[in-house]
Design a binder for this molecule. Structure first.
Ligand SMILES: O=C(O)CCC(=O)C(=O)O
Ligand SMILES: [Fe+2]
Length: 390
C-alpha cells in the first residue's frame, strides 16, 4: 500500500499550493481572488526577468514572489519592486487562511529561537559554496555556458530506471562536515532539552536543516542547481518553477529508524543524497509514478527498481514516484533530502480534470482507451465494407 505522507504532518511548512494564485477561471482572463482588481495572467511572461525579494521575505517565502512576478498583468511588470511586492502579497494573503499564517508565524519563531541560541560547528555550511560542497564533475556540468548547459548536465546523469536519475554530487569532506553539524545540533537539542521537530510523520530520528539555519543554503541549492535539473527532466511536474523546499536529514540503523515504508513525497521533485556513514542494507525501492487517484494501484513489472545508495551520490525523482527504503541492517545510513515544490504547478494541477501526464496509470488508461477506439472503428469499417460487398 502506498501511503500519502506529510499532508497531515504538523511539522511540515505550509504547502505553497495553498497560497499561489495562478488562474483557473473559465474565460482564462486572469485570476480574481475575490477582488476583481487583483489579477494574474494565465500564462507567464517567460522572457521577463523577475526581481529578487530576499530582503522582503517576512510573511511569505521570497522565492514565491520571484516565481509569481512573471504572472503579473503586463502593465505591472515594470513598476517599482515595492508596488509589485504589495500587489502579490495581497493576492497571497487571500489564498492562505488565518490558521495557516498563524502556524507559519509560530514556525518562524521556533526557527528564530534556535538560530539565536544554537552555536554552529561549521559556519561555512551556512552559505552556499559550490566549490567546497560539490565534486568536480558536478561543478563542471553547471559551469558550462548557457547554450551547452542542458547537454552538459545530462552528460553527468545516469537514468537506471525511467524517471530516476543518479549522479555524483557531494564531496566526502562536505558530507563529513554536515554529519558532524547534525550531530552537534542533536547534542545541543539533547542538552538544552529543546523541542526538536522531526522531518515528518514517518521518522522518529533525523532533523530539519531549514530549522537550524540552513534554509538559505538549501534555497540556493534549489535555485541554482535543482531547478535546472528539473527543467530538463521533470517538465511535467513543474520543471523550472520549483519555488519552495523542505530540507532535512534522515537517519537509519538498528538503534534509529530501521526502514521507511512505501510512500510518495509531498514534493514535485525530490533530491536524495547519501551522506554516509558505513552501512549495509538500506536500498531504495521504486514502484512507478502515480497521481492521487492511482496512488494505490498495482505495480507493473517494468516499474520495479531497487537502488543501493552510496555516500556522495545523489538520486533525483518525481515526488509522486512511489518509493521506500529497506532496512539498514548494520551501521548508520544518513541521507540529505530536499523536497522541492512548485506553487504554480500545484495551482495549475487543481484545474486539470482527467488525464495526468506524469502518472503511469493515467498513461496506461489513455493508451487502452485509444486502442479500444481504434479497434472499434476498424470493426465498423469492416462491417461497412461487408455491407457494400453483399
Ligand atoms: O531513506 C531514504 O533514503 C529515503 C527517504 C525518503 O524517501 C524521504 O524521506 O522522503
Ligand atoms: Fe520519500
Amino acid at each position: 500500500m502506498a501511503v500519502e505522507r506529510g499532508k497531515d504532518s504538523p511539522l511540515l511548512p505550509t504547502s505553497p499550493a495553498h497560497v499561489a494564485g495562478t488562474n483557473g477561471n473559465a474565460n482564462g482572463a486572469g485570476v480574481a481572488p475575490s477582488n476583481a482588481n487583483y489579477r494574474l495572467r494565465l500564462n507567464p511572461n517567460q522572457d521577463h526577468r523577475a526581481e529578487n525579494y530576499d530582503d522582503l521575505g517576512m510573511e511569505f517565502t521570497p522565492l514565491l514572489f520571484s516565481s509569481l512576478e512573471r504572472y503579473l498583468p503586463p502593465n505591472l511588470l515594470d513598476v517599482p519592486r515595492d508596488t509589485k511586492y504589495k500587489y502579490m502579497r495581497d493576492i497571497l494573503r487571500r489564498y492562505s487562511t488565518e490558521g495557516e499564517r498563524t502556524r507559519e508565524q509560530k514556525h518562524k519563531e521556533y526557527r528564530q529561537k534556535i538560530v539565536s541560541n544554537y552555536q554552529p560547528l561549521y559556519r561555512e555550511l551556512y552559505t552556499m559554496n559550490p566549490s567546497m560542497f560539490f565534486v568536480q564533475s558536478f561543478l563542471k556540468a553547471f559551469n558550462a555556458n548557457e547554450k551547452n548547459k542542458d547537454e552538459s548536465i545530462k552528460s553527468i546523469m545516469s537514468e537506471p530506471a525511467p524517471g530516476v536519475y543518479t549522479f555524483d554530487m557531494l564531496q566526502p569532506r562536505f558530507c563529513e562536515m554536515l554529519l558532524s553539524e547534525v550531530e552537534n545540533f542533536e547534542k545541543w537539542v539533547h542538552e538544552t532539552k529543546f523541542r526538536i521537530m522531526r522531518p515528518n510523520t514517518m521518522n522518529k530520528f533525523g532533523a530539519v536543516l531549514d530549522d537550524f539555519g540552513m534554509q538559505g543554503t538549501l534555497d540556493k541549492l534549489m535555485e541554482d542547481f535543482i531547478r535546472h535539473i528539473s527543467k530538463i527532466f521533470f517538465p511535467d511536474v513543474g520543471g523550472y518553477s520549483l519555488d519552495s523546499h523542505h530540507g532535512f536529514v534522515v537517519e537509519y540503523g538498528m538503534d534509529r529508524d530501521v526502514e521507511l515504508g512505501f510512500h510518495v513525497d509531498d514534493s514535485e521533485v525530490t533530491l536524495n543524497v547519501c551522506l554516509g556513514k558505513q552501512f549495509t542494507g538500506g536500498e531504495l525501492f521504486f514502484r512507478g509514478v502515480r497521481c492521487e487517484k492511482h496512488v494505490n494501484s498495482e505495480t507493473h513489472p517494468e516499474e520495479i527498481f531497487d537502488y543501493p545508495h552510496a555516500p556522495g551520490r545523489a538520486i533525483i525523482h518525481r515526488g509522486r514516484h512511489r518509493h521506500g527504503a529497506r532496512a539498514t541492517t548494520s551501521g548508520h545510513r544518513i541521507n540529505l533530502l530536499l523536497w522541492c515544490r512548485s506553487s504554480v504547478f500545484r495551482e495549475l494541477k487543481k484545474h486539470k480534470k482527467e488525464f495526468i501526464n506524469f502518472c503511469g496509470e493515467c498513461k496506461r488508461e489513455k493508451k487502452a482507451r485509444l486502442l479500444h477506439s481504434v479497434a472499434a472503428r476498424k470493426k465498423e469499417l469492416l462491417v461497412g465494407e461487408g455491407d457494400v460487398a453483399s
